[in-house]
Design a protein around this ligand. Sequence first.
Ligand code: GLA
Length: 385
Amino acid sequence: MNPKRLRQKHHQLFGSEAELMVRAPGRINLIGEHTDYNDGFVFPAAIDKAVYFAVSQNNKGLFRFYSVDFDEYFEMKVSALSRSGTVWANYLLGVARQFVKAGHAIRGVNCVFGGDIPVGAGLSSSAALETGFAFALNRLFNCDESLLSLTKMAQKAEHEFAGVMCGIMDQFAILQGKKGNAMRLDCRSLDFDYAPLELSETRIVLCNTKIKHALASSEYNSRRKECEQGVQILKKYDPSISALRDAGIVLLEEHRTELGETVFKRCKYVLEENNRVNEAFPALQKGDVASLGQLLFQSHEGLKNEFEVSCGELDLLVDLARRMEGVSGARMMGGGFGGCTINLVQKVHTEDFAKKITESYRKATGTSPEIYVVKIAGGTGEVMI
Ligand code: GLA
C-alpha cells in the first residue's frame, strides 16, 4: 500500500486535497490473551503493517468514505448516522457516533483509507480502522480528546456497531505502541510499561491460517459472559472480587462444583494467563527468550484446552512449530477460532522455518499459510505524505 495513492484518490473523488493523513498500525500480542476484559494484564506491540487514512471536512453534511482495498464507496447523511449494511463502514460510523455522543459537532467527513493489515488474521485490522479514524476526527474537528478517551471511543465503536464486546488491549496498543517495544498493560489501572522487543537473535514470525471461523464473535462474547458468571459466584465468598483479576486459584478450587466445569476451566485459564504475563515481562527484560517461549507454549495449551478458543488449524501450526529447530515458543494469538499463530524463531532459522511450516501445513490441509516476519513499530499518528 502506497499512502500517496490515498491522497490522489481523495483528490480524484472529492476534488480537494486531504487535510490530514493518518497511519494506524496492527498489533501483535506476546502473551495475555482474553485477560483484558477480566481487568488483567496483556503484553502487546504495534507492528509494521498499518491502515492509512486521507481525510478532510466537507460542508455537505455527509460521511463520504472510500475503501481502496474493497474498491467501494459509501455515503450517509451525518444527520442520519446509524449502523449500515456495509460492514467496513460501520467501524467508521461507530467512531463518529462516539464523537457525537461526546457533544462534538461532526460536520461532513471525506475519508479514503486502505492498508496492508490482513483482515480476520487476529492483527486487529478493525481496531486499527476505529482507532485511526478516532485519531483523525479528533484532529480534523479540534476535539481535544485525550489519547485515553480516543482509546475508549474506539472500543465503544466496536461494542456498539460491530457487536463484539472486546476489551481495551487492541485500541490501546494501536494508539500508544512504541517502536521497538512491547507494552505490559494493566487493563484495570491502564498503567503500562514498555519493554524493548529488539531481540537481536530472535524474530517474531506470524503464521496466518487465513481462516476465520464464523462463530468467532459469538464465542468471544460468550467467553466474556462465562468469565462474568465466574465473578458473580466467587464474589459471594469474597466481596473484594470485582473481576477475575482479583481471584486466586485456591478460592477457585474450593468452589469448583458450584462454578461448574466450563466456567471453572475458563476462570482457571485467565488466572494462570495473568501470572504468565507477569513472568513474561521480566523474562523479556532479561532477554531470556527461552523462558518467554515456554510461557507461550503454556498459553497455547490453556487457550486450547481450558478457554477453548483455538481450532484445528491453529493447533496444527503450533504443533509443527514445536518440533522445528530454532523455535523458542509459539501460540495462537488474538481472539481465536482462526487467524495467526505467533512464533519466536531464532534469526538463523527463520527462512527454513517459513519454508518447512508452509510445506507441512499445505500437506496436511491443502492450503498454504501466509508467513509474516514482523517488526515492532510506533503507534497511531499523523504522517506527512
Ligand atoms: C480481541 C479483542 C481484545 C482481546 C483479544 C483476546 O483481539 O479485541 O480485546 O480480548 O481478542 O486477548
